[in-house]
Design a protein around this ligand. Structure first.
Ligand SMILES: Cc1cc2nc3c(=O)[nH]c(=O)nc-3n(C[C@H](O)[C@H](O)[C@H](O)COP(=O)(O)OP(=O)(O)OC[C@H]3O[C@@H](n4cnc5c(N)ncnc54)[C@H](O)[C@@H]3O)c2cc1C
Length: 575
C-alpha cells in the first residue's frame, strides 16, 4: 500500500494550485497528485478567453465589489455571497502571484497586464494570454510541481474513494499503462477532478471530462449540490461542439441569424453579444426554433447561427484570438477573416458539484460531513457561480480556492494521523469489478451505449426543459442503465486498455446524468441556466435554495439548503 500525507485527485488548475499551496505552507508534507491524463493535458489547458480580476489596468473605476455584484447577478442570486466576496477580493492578488510565478499574460502598451471585456461583466477585467490563457497558467503550475517535490502519478485512474464512517481514508487507483492496482492511504484526500461535459452529446469539454470525482463522491453516500445547473456555452463550433471562446465576442464579433440580423438586440438590448451565457444560449436556441437558424448551404431554417468576425480585420483576429481562427480553419475549413463561423450552444460547464465550505471541506448547511475530505475547482460547489457562471470566473475559482483549500489542508493535516482500514478488501473488490467487466458476455458496444445515453441527456435536459420531457428522459435513462450489464469488452488485456477505462467512465457518466436530470425535474422554476418551459419565472419564495441530491440504493433523494445572502438582495435580472 502507498502512503501520502495528502493525495489530490486531479492535475488541473485547482489540483496543481492546491498542491503548491500546501508545499508553500509546509515543504515537509508528502503531497501527491494523481491524474488519469498527464496534468498538462487536463481540461484547464484548453481554457481560452481569460481570468477575471479587478486589477483596474483598463477600467480604473472597477472594484472587487463591482466584480462581486456582477458574479451574484450572473448567478441569478443563487451564489453564496460570502464565497463570492473571497473570490473577487483575492482575485487581483492571485493574478500578481501567477505573474510572479512566470505566467506570460498579454500586455498593454505600457507593460501592465491587458484586460478585455467578457459576458456579464460590467468592466473590462478578464486578464488573458491571447486565447490560450489556461495553457499559459497550467504550464507554469505543473513546472512548479516538480520543482517543489510533489509526487505525480500521471495516467493513473482513480476508481474509488475510500470513505468509511464519515472519514476519507484514501483511494483505489489503476495504472493505465499496465493495469496494476494500488490502494493509497492518506490523511487527506482532495478531489479536483473537473467537470462532466461528456454527459451530453455536444460539448466543448475534453474526452476525460466524465464527472468521475462527482460520481465517486455520490456513490460513497455524500450529496451533490445544484447539479441541475449545466452551462451551455453559446458558441460551440457546428457540428462538433468545440469551443469558440467568448473572447471573440469580447473583442467585438457579432451573432447573426439567417436574415443577417444581430438578433441579440431582441433579448439583451444593452449588452447585446456580451450578455451572460445562459441568456445568449437561450436566444440562439429560440432563433433556431423560430426558423431563423442557418443550413450549411446558407438557406434559412437550419441548426446554427453565425458568429461574424469579418468586420474586425485580420490584424485584430490574428493578434487577439488566433487560436479560434485556427480552430475554425483546421476543423471546418472556415477562414473567419472573410467568412462567418457556424455556431450553436454546447455543454460547457458544471455549476454544481461537491458541496464545500470556503475552506474546501465537504459541508451541508455549514456542518462538515466528513473528516479528511476536501474539494476545489469545477467539481466543487462553494458556490460562487450559483445558477450561471460568468466567463473567466472559473479559472479564477480554481486558482483562488485551489490556494485557500491548499492552505487549509496544510493546517488540517497537522492534527491527523494515518487512518486505519482493510486495504486488501478494497483491492479485492476493485479486481473483481474489473474482472466482471472483462467476463461480461454482452452484445452492446460501450460507444453505442454511451452515445444513446448522451443523446438522451441532450434531448431531455438541454437548454430548455419541461416536466414531461424530463420524465420521459428519466424513463429512457433507466433502460439505458440496465443495458450497462449488456456491454462487452473486445480488449481483454492489461496494457493501455482504454476500453476498460471507457466502461468505468460510462458508469460515472450515468450516475452524474441521473443526478442532473432528477435535480432539474425537482426545481420547478427558471433560474440561471435552468430554464423550464412549464415554469418560466424565477420563484424565490420556494427555490432560492441550493439543491442537494443523494444517490441511494432506493433512487435519488432530493433536499434543499439555504443560500448565503449578506450583501446583494435578489432583484430581477436584466441586461
Ligand atoms: C474549451 C474550454 C474553454 C474554457 N475557457 C475558460 C476561460 O477562458 N476562462 C475560465 O475562467 N474558464 C474557462 N473554462 C472553464 C475552466 O477551464 C475549467 O472550469 C477549469 O479549468 C477546471 O479546472 P479543474 O482543475 O477543476 O479541472 P480540470 O482542468 O478539468 O482537471 C481535472 C483533472 O482531474 C483528473 N481526473 C479526473 N477524473 C479522474 C480520475 N478518475 N482519476 C484520476 N484523475 C482524474 C484529470 O486527469 C485532470 O487532471 C473553459 C473550459 C473549456 C472546456
Amino acid at each position: 500500500m502507498l502512503e501520502h500525507d495528502v493525495i489530490i485527485i486531479g492535475g488541473g488548475l485547482a489540483g496543481c494550485q492546491a498542491a503548491l499551496a500546501i508545499k508553500k505552507e509546509n515543504p515537509h508534507l508528502d503531497v501527491a497528485v494523481v491524474a488519469k491524463t498527464h496534468p498538462i493535458r487536463s481540461h484547464s489547458v484548453a481554457a481560452q478567453g481569460g481570468i477575471a480580476a479587478s486589477l483596474q489596468n483598463v477600467d480604473s473605476d472597477d472594484s472587487w465589489e463591482a466584480h462581486a455584484f456582477d458574479t451574484v447577478k450572473g448567478s441569478d442570486y443563487l451564489a453564496d455571497q460570502d464565497a463570492v466576496e473571497i473570490l473577487t477580493k483575492e482575485a487581483p492578488n492571485v493574478i500578481i502571484e501567477l505573474e510572479h510565478l512566470g505566467v506570460l499574460f498579454s500586455r498593454l502598451e505600457d507593460g501592465r497586464i491587458a484586460q478585455r471585456a467578457f459576458g456579464g461583466h460590467s468592466h473590462k477585467r478578464a486578464c488573458y494570454a491571447a486565447d490560450k490563457t489556461g495553457h499559459a497558467i497550467l504550464h507554469e503550475l505543473v513546472n512548479n510541481l516538480r520543482r517543489n517535490q510533489v509526487q505525480i502519478y500521471d495516467e493513473w485512474y482513480v476508481m474509488q474513494l475510500i470513505l468509511e464512517e464519515n472519514e476519507a481514508k484514501g483511494v483505489v487507483m489503476y495504472r493505465i499503462e499496465d493495469g496494476h492496482l494500488e490502494v493509497v492511504r492518506a490523511k487527506v484526500v482532495m478531489c479536483a477532478t473537473g467537470g462532466y461535459g461528456r454527459v451530453f452529446n455536444t460539448t466543448s469539454n475534453d474526452f476525460a471530462c466524465t464527472g468521475d470525482g462527482l460520481a465517486m463522491t455520490a456513490a460513497s453516500g455524500l450529496p451533490l449540490e445544484d447539479m441541475e445547473f449545466v452551462q451551455f456555452h453559446p458558441t460551440g463550433l457546428y457540428p462538433i461542439g468545440v469551443l469558440i471562446s467568448e473572447a471573440v465576442r469580447g473583442e467585438g464579433a457579432y451573432l447573426r441569424n439567417s436574415e443577417g440580423e444581430r438578433f441579440m438586440a431582441r433579448y439583451a438590448p444593452n449588452q447585446m453579444e456580451l450578455a451572460p451565457r445562459d441568456i445568449t444560449s437561450r436566444s440562439i436556441t429560440l432563433e433556431i426554433r423560430a426558423g431563423r437558424g442557418i443550413h450549411p448551404d446558407g438557406s434559412a431554417g437550419g441548426p446554427f447561427v453565425h458568429l461574424d468576425l469579418t468586420h474586425m480585420g485580420k490584424e485584430t483576429i490574428m493578434s487577439r484570438v488566433p487560436f479560434c481562427w485556427e480552430e475554425a480553419h483546421r476543423l471546418i475549413n472556415i477562414d473567419a477573416v472573410i467568412q462567418p463561423m457556424p455556431v450553436r450552444p454546447t455543454a460547457h460547464y458544471c455549476m454544481g458539484g461537491i458541496p464545500v465550505n470556503t475552506e474546501g471541506r465537504v459541508r451541508v448547511d455549514g456542518t462538515s460531513l466528513t473528516e479528511g475530505f476536501f474539494a476545489a475547482g469545477e467539481c466543487a460547489c462553494v458556490s460562487v457561480h450559483g445558477g450561471n457562471r460568468l466567463g473567466s470566473n472559473s479559472l479564477l475559482e480554481c486558482v483562488v480556492y485551489g490556494r485557500i483549500v491548499g492552505e487549509a489542508i496544510a493546517q488540517y493535516v497537522k492534527t491527523r494521523s494515518y487512518p486505519q482500514f482493510d486495504a486488501q478488501s478494497y483491492l479485492t473488490s476493485a479486481e473483481q469489478k474489473i474482472q466482471s467487466l472483462r467476463n461480461q458476455k454482452g452484445s452492446i458496444r460501450i460507444a453505442a451505449l454511451r452515445q444513446q445515453f448522451q443523446d438522451c441527456m441532450s434531448e431531455h435536459c438541454g437548454v430548455f426543459r419541461s416536466e414531461s420531457v424530463m420524465r420521459e428522459g428519466l424513463e429512457r435513462l433507466q433502460t439505458l442503465k440496465d443495458e450497462y450489464n449488456n456491454i462487452y469488452l473486445d480488449d481483454q488485456g492489461t496494457c493501455w486498455n482504454t476500453e476498460l477505462l471507457e466502461a468505468l467512465e460510462l458508469k460515472n457518466i450515468m450516475i452524474v446524468g441521473e443526478m442532473i436530470l432528477t435535480s432539474a425535474l425537482n426545481r420547478q422554476e427558471s433560474r440561471g441556466a435552468h430554464s423550464r418551459e412549464d415554469f418560466p419565472n424565477r420563484n424565490d419564495s420556494q427555490f432560492l435554495q441550493h439543491t442537494l441530491a443523494y444517490y441511494t440504493d432506493g433512487g435519488i433523494k432530493i433536499n434543499y439548503m439555504p443560500v448565503v445572502i449578506n450583501r446583494f438582495e435578489p432583484k430581477e435580472r436584466k441586461y
